[in-house]
Design a protein around this ligand. Structure first.
Ligand SMILES: Cc1cc2nc3c(=O)[nH]c(=O)nc-3n(C[C@H](O)[C@H](O)[C@H](O)COP(=O)(O)OP(=O)(O)OC[C@H]3O[C@@H](n4cnc5c(N)ncnc54)[C@H](O)[C@@H]3O)c2cc1C
Length: 445
């Protein structure tokens, strides 16, 4: 998988104008980019060495630093350079998999715990934003639309199930006759309004976490790509080109950018690319028609479309995936048809930005947390639901390192299936499967 990571990096360099070494996006253009932190150099020792400076790594380092542990974060590029600085900013409740599926896979008691942890994760994001005064445009409510008639019953059942079995009354279903109250978007058959969900500016949130992490005493090193990790009985040695770091525990949070760094966990996940555009600012009336509740919105297609408004009324619209090492030549041309299928009224609206990012999925879309040989913790595979769950995973690992965490034990005890086929065959079999489902998106009702 090294080729994959290298190719993505090379591609990002070619396709994007780098601003302060971040690939160009609306988020970079609208964020207070932090001063670059120095690269790690020489020989150092820490209690914990975190690899990866996204939500998972920063949340872990922040929570560890608060307990007084000495912590280093090694980030290959800049903090928030990965998916955490590029995503749709939706902070959804629950897990990426629905409760019916979780009950079937794990039994009702565990499914209930997972639901509770999903709500805790949304609260954690809100609490961190409040505690550290992170200005990241936090808003509330998500609306999820049935994009096919055949999806309506499933969504309706899930709403009923959450209300009756889980006592979750922040969610309600909206029938097709009333959907105009929720959006002027076309092609929907039912809507699920979840007032417990949140949304935010993802890069501002990530940079806020990074600032809080440094203020709590953690050392953050940027442009410090980890090349090698050697585990011993009670510690590990982590190497970059310029530094060797000895730590009692290592925490791996590289997610879709893991590549071949740590083969024991590589086949638990599959990296996929997803793409977003930002329109020019919409006039007030159009913005109100498109999104009257100023919620985050998404649909039920396998290759999900998701969108929200920025503070200056741009439509931030995500849609479309690729499964190879390549990004489309023009991300705007790639995403535009998906946007116009829902909002034909925006056919003359300019797309000012287009960007992509790489995330990691697992086979059942549940996060993959664990501990390897008592020394290397890892969290990855948040499967498009990582704003809350990666933040939570970082906290759970910090608790597990500090003392013990029942919730970490529960998450790491979930059965995860490896992607079949080993490093060379994994990708072709995934691509075949994903293309099959994305083709189904385009067929019938
Ligand atoms: C386009 C897009 C839209 C998305 N939309 C949403 C959404 O709306 N809501 C939601 O909940 N989730 C969404 N996601 C998923 C979400 O962004 C991720 O689940 C989450 O950001 C994962 O955080 P992370 O910290 O695990 O990984 P990342 O943020 O990807 O961070 C990993 C970091 O590790 C670094 N790294 C990798 N290898 C090394 C190395 N060898 N040495 C040092 N550092 C290394 C990388 O440079 C990177 O910065 C989306 C993802 C994408 C790509």
């Amino acid at each position: 998988m090294v080729w994959h990571f290298a190719a993505i990096k090379r591609h990002n360099c070619i396709m994007s104008k780098f601003e302060n070494s971040y690939p160009s996006s609306w988020y970079v253009a609208s964020s207070p980019i932090l001063a670059e932190q120095p690269a790690a150099r020489g020989e150092m020792s820490f209690d914990v060495c975190v690899v990866g400076g996204g939500y998972a790594g920063l949340s872990c380092a922040l929570h560890l630093a608060k307990t007084g542990k000495s912590v280093a974060v090694l980030e290959a590029e800049r903090v928030g350079w990965g998916a955490s600085g590029r995503n749709g900013g939706h902070v959804g409740t629950g897990q990426r998999a629905d409760q019916h599926s979780l009950e079937k896979w794990y039994g009702k008691p565990t499914a209930r715990e997972l639901w509770r942890m999903g709500l805790d994760a949304v609260d954690l994001v809100s609490d961190l934003i409040k505690e550290h005064e992170i200005d990241c445009e936090l808003g509330k409510t998500n609306i999820h639309f049935a994009a096919k008639k055949s999806h309506v019953n499933e969504l309706r059942n899930e709403v009923d199930h959450l209300r009756t079995e889980y006592g979750y009354d922040l969610i309600r279903g909206v029938e097709s006759s009333s959907l105009e109250e929720l959006t002027s978007g076309k092609g929907f058959h039912y809507g699920v309004v979840d007032h417990g969900a949140r949304h935010l500016h993802p890069l501002k949130y990530c940079l806020g976490l990074a600032k809080a992490t440094m203020a709590a005493g953690a050392s953050v090193f940027e442009t410090s790509r980890v090349k090698n990790i050697v585990t011993r009985n009670d510690h590990a040695v982590v190497s970059t080109d310029k530094a060797t770091i000895r730590a009692h525990k290592v925490v791996l949070t590289c997610n879709g950018y893991l590549g071949n760094l740590f083969p024991p966990i590589a086949s638990n996940i599959m990296p996929i690319n997803n793409f977003i555009v930002a329109t020019e600012p919409l006039d007030e009336a159009t913005a109100r028609r498109v999104n009257p509740l100023n919620a985050s919105l998404s649909d039920s297609l396998f290759v999900i479309n998701y969108w929200k408004l920025s503070a200056d009324r741009r439509l931030i619209f995500g849609g479309g995936e690729t499964y190879s090492d390549k990004f489309p030549d023009s991300i705007r041309d790639f995403v535009r048809p998906k946007l116009l299928a829902i909002y034909p009224e925006l056919s003359d609206t300019r797309l000012d930005y287009g960007w992509g990012g790489t995330l990691a999925i697992t086979r059942n879309r549940m996060p993959d947390l664990g501990l390897h040989k008592g020394v290397v913790y890892y969290a990855q595979g948040f499967s498009g639901h990582g704003v809350p769950t990666a933040t939570m995973a970082g906290k759970l690992i910090a608790s597990a390192i500090d003392s013990a965490s029942d919730d970490f034990d529960l998450m790491s005890g979930l059965r995860t299936l490896k992607f079949p086929g080993g490093p060379l065959l994994r990708r072709p079999s995934l691509v075949a499967g994903m293309l099959f489902y994305s083709l189904r998106d385009r067929l019938g009702q």
